[in-house]
Ligand binder design. Structure first.
Ligand SMILES: Nc1ncnc2c1ncn2[C@@H]1O[C@H](COP(=O)(O)OP(=O)(O)O)[C@@H](O)[C@H]1O
Ligand SMILES: O=P(O)(O)OC[C@H](O)CO
Length: 495
């Protein structure tokens, strides 16, 4: 039986999972790596640490599975998206630390581009908004740090990439500089309709084309790993950003099917088929492209702080010791007692897109306890998700019937109960919740011609279904309170 190796390079850890062709995990390894916060609002990763932890987990997973590289038929890569890297082609050495998707340092560049009137063009061509989240302004910022970088970039000495490109480069021993359409779609530089880098946007952002990777379908041949790494060459046949990989892993392969991944952030993605649907506050993005097929599109609501709100209860407030304790604490009260927590700790993403919003706890009374705050934090994850889904429904005209969920915080039953209540739709948790890595493995299997899309669909299996039970009047009253709280959090910071 052939195996598939999935590499999942996330924001806080690198993971590797060996799957069999039925989508069953056989072995896995995970390593956390250092988060650098050089200034408030800045977040960086060391590219070498990203590569070394990823390589180490891949080797460890193969060892644990007790298999050799010859038994691995395909390798899939999935990754934290938007995070921006720049390296020297001749040595493979990074020019700077990676600027992470959460980093807000380019808010002023985005502001200036808005003043120049660029936003409608960006919306139309890329499906994105002018927010520091995306790679384009991060790359521009990097190139402006040293006087000679732009000239070196223009002469072809340097390479830009998102994390997938960096891993492909290193896995192939510097032979392949490529990305897939889903990762390219997050750069602000890629036209999602023509599937090509856009000269007008490159010019507006002052990015030399010589920096850019070749863009390929998400499932297809990217190259093979340097035999020195694992003892034999493994074909790389699937690459996608982590949220798109999770959409595939959740078998959301038909228009209207949607998933939410509750990790550090939460990312709601709805498959919209061959059609690139647009709408206020939500992003239009590529779901994937399978080689030889037209691309599939998606709507996305990107929420920057979800499980990270629970981490903040743990590390910032110290009211829990482990993330999983939040559920029992929140369940110890019947409701949040009128408390709202807007976790705009790094600004707000969809549908507000306000880099200057900051966190807010409101509705406190003398009766408020840490249990109410814990409950408000969980509810905030669900409210933000509902905000994004309401915007998506308005954009697409589709009514969400059910939401498939995964990610670390999807282990929390209370969160999912409240989510179903707020959405007035069923919330479905599958048996395998490592759907990101699973999606990368499936893409690699499809890219290697070993699996079909209907087979991916047939492999999805339900673990638990959460049905809505809340009275509509109560739902709307709670939701109205949330909206008022969000309004108060907006525009708070000036930097
Ligand atoms: N039982 C739980 N309830 C709520 N949040 C949780 C629970 N378990 C883990 N989390 C949160 O889930 C996040 C980790 O999920 P994961 O999918 O591993 O994230 P990522 O891939 O973004 O690093 C953390 O922010 C953690 O606080
Ligand atoms: O690494 P994650 O799972 O937090 O996902 C990060 C997203 O891809 C950012 O857009």
């Amino acid at each position: 039986m052939p195996y598939i190796l999935a590499l999942d390079q996330g924001t806080t850890s690198s993971r590797a999972i060996v799957f069999d062709l039925h989508g069953r995990p056989v072995a896995q390894a995970q390593r956390e790596f250092t988060q650098h916060y050089p200034r408030p609002g800045w977040v960086e990763h060391d590219p070498v640490e990203i590569w070394e932890t990823q390589l180490a987990t891949a080797r460890q997973a193969l060892e644990q599975a007790g298999i050799s590289a010859q038994e691995v038929a395909a390798l899939g890569i999935t990754n934290q998206r938007e995070t921006t890297l720049l390296w020297e082609r001749s040595t493979g050495r990074p020019v700077a630390n990676a600027i992470v998707w959460q980093d807000r340092r380019t808010a002023p560049i985005c502001g200036a581009l808005k003043v120049q009137g660029l936003e409608p063009t960006v919306r139309a061509k890329t499906g994105l908004v002018l927010d520091p989240y995306f790679s384009g302004t991060k790359l521009r910022w990097l190139l402006e740090q040293h006087p000679n970088l732009k000239a070196r970039a223009a002469s072809g000495e340097l390479a830009f990439g998102t994390v997938d490109s960096w891993l492909i480069w290193n896995l192939t021993g510097g032979r392949v500089h490529a990305t897939d359409v889903t990762n390219a779609a997050r750069t602000l530089l890629f036209n999602i309709h023509t599937l090509s880098w856009d000269p007008e946007l490159l010019e507006a952002l002052e990015i030399p084309a010589a920096l850019l990777p070749e863009v390929r379908p998400s499932a297809g041949r990217f190259g093979e790993t340097d035999p020195a790494l694992f003892g034999a060459a493994i074909p790389i046949t699937g690459v996608a950003g982590d949220q798109q990989a999770a959409l595939f892993g959740q078998a959301c392969v038909e228009p209207g099917l949607a998933k939410n991944t509750y990790g550090t952030g939460a990312f709601v993605v709805m498959h919209t088929g061959a059609q690139a649907v647009t709408g206020d506050g939500v992003l239009t993005t590529l779901a994937w492209q399978l080689e030889g097929h037209p691309p599939a599109y998606a709507l996305e609501g990107s929420i920057f702080i979800a499980g990270a709100a629970v981490q903040w209860l743990r590390d910032g407030l110290g009211i829990i010791e482990r993330s999983a304790e939040v559920e029992a604490l929140a369940r110890s009260v019947p409701d949040a007692g009128g408390v709202y927590f807007v976790p705009a700790l790094v600004g707000l993403g969809a549908p507000h897109w306000d880099p200057y919003a900051r966190g807010l706890l409101i509705g406190l009374t003398r009766g408020t306890t840490k249990a109410h705050i814990a409950r408000a934090a969980l509810e905030a994850i669900a409210y933000q998700t509902a905000d994004a889904i309401r915007a998506m429904e308005a954009a697409s005209g589709l009514r969400l019937k059910e939401l498939r969920v995964d990610g670390g915080a999807a282990a929390n039953d209370l969160l999912l109960e409240f989510q179903a209540d707020l959405l007035n739709a069923a919330v479905l948790r599958p048996k395998v919740t490592e759907t990101t890595a699973l999606g990368a493995a499936y893409l690699a299997a499809v890219g290697a011609g070993m699996l079909s899309v209907p087979e991916v669909q047939a492999r999805w299996a339900l673990e638990r279904r959460f049905e809505p039970r809340m009275d509509p009047a109560r739902r709307e009253a709670l939701y109205a309170g949330w909206r008022r709280a969000v309004e108060r959090a907006r525009g708070w910071s000036s930097a």
